[in-house]
Design a protein. Structure first.
Length: 240
């Protein structure tokens, strides 16, 4: 887990609220509970050793609270009270939600969709969830996720929300690009502005088919943008 994951998630929630015209979206949150407890520690030398033969140690236990309950209650409530709803889609493979899918299916009012939240491969759905679904998607493609993203900057409130670099496909290469651009640009905002502008064409470099910022998710195309950044800095420094 990234050390910035909490801030990144909070930024995402702010962006959703800023982009919520007509109040068509409602965020319903659970929470995490952290408690000190004790548990058996896996033996590093003998990982298969039975728990009762392992060392008993103090640990922090992190538990997600209310999320499944909120999903079940809110989805069932919506189906029962809103006659305009045609489908309810669950993005999960958690068997704890099988009972609510069954209840909604039994009402016969809406179709139930199931999407498995994996991108790297097709994952078979849990049998109980699949049984009560009218249709199932076994993964979400990377391209679909990219097309569904909010803009890099979402304005609203006193301060706009900036998309975290870690949410691009190649954050390490992006940091290299910005580090290079800062040699001639005043700040990171100027660097991003360069990435959002079509650069000149160079005969000895592959031609960019899109704006540089749109090419930062794939390693090969991000490295091409890196070459353009080097060239941009070289030209600017020679002019000065």
């Amino acid at each position: 887990m990234s050390s910035d994951s909490l801030n990144d998630q909070q930024a995402y929630h702010r962006a959703l609220n800023f982009n919520n015209e007509g109040n068509q979206l409602e965020l319903i949150k659970g929470y995490y509970a952290i408690n000190a407890t004790r548990a058996f520690k896996i033996d590093a030398d003998e990982p298969n050793k039975p728990p009762n033969e392992c060392e008993y140690v103090d640990i922090w236990k992190l538990e997600e609270k209310q999320t499944d309950v909120n999903i079940a209650v809110e989805s069932l409530y919506d189906v029962l009270t809103d006659d305009t709803i045609e489908q309810v889609v669950f993005v999960t493979n958690d068997t704890d939600l099988a009972s609510v899918l069954e209840k909604i299916k039994s009402l016969g009012k809406v179709k139930v969709g199931l999407v498995i939240s994996t991108t790297d491969s097709i994952r078979n759905p849990n049998e109980k969830l699949d049984k009560f679904s009218d249709w199932t998607r076994k993964n979400i493609s990377i391209d679909e996720l990219r097309l569904s993203q909010l803009p890099r900057v979402v304005h609203g409130g006193r301060k706009p929300v900036i998309k975290p670099i870690g949410w691009f496909g190649q954050p390490t290469i992006i940091e290299k690009i910005i580090e290079i651009l800062l040699q001639v640009e005043k700040n990171r905002s100027k660097c991003w502005r360069w990435l959002e502008t079509e650069p000149p064409t160079f005969e000895d470099l592959p031609q960019l088919t899109e704006l540089p910022i749109a090419l930062l998710n794939d390693e090969d195309t991000a490295n091409i943008v890196l070459q353009y950044a080097h060239r941009h800095v070289h030209i600017r420094q020679n002019k000065n």
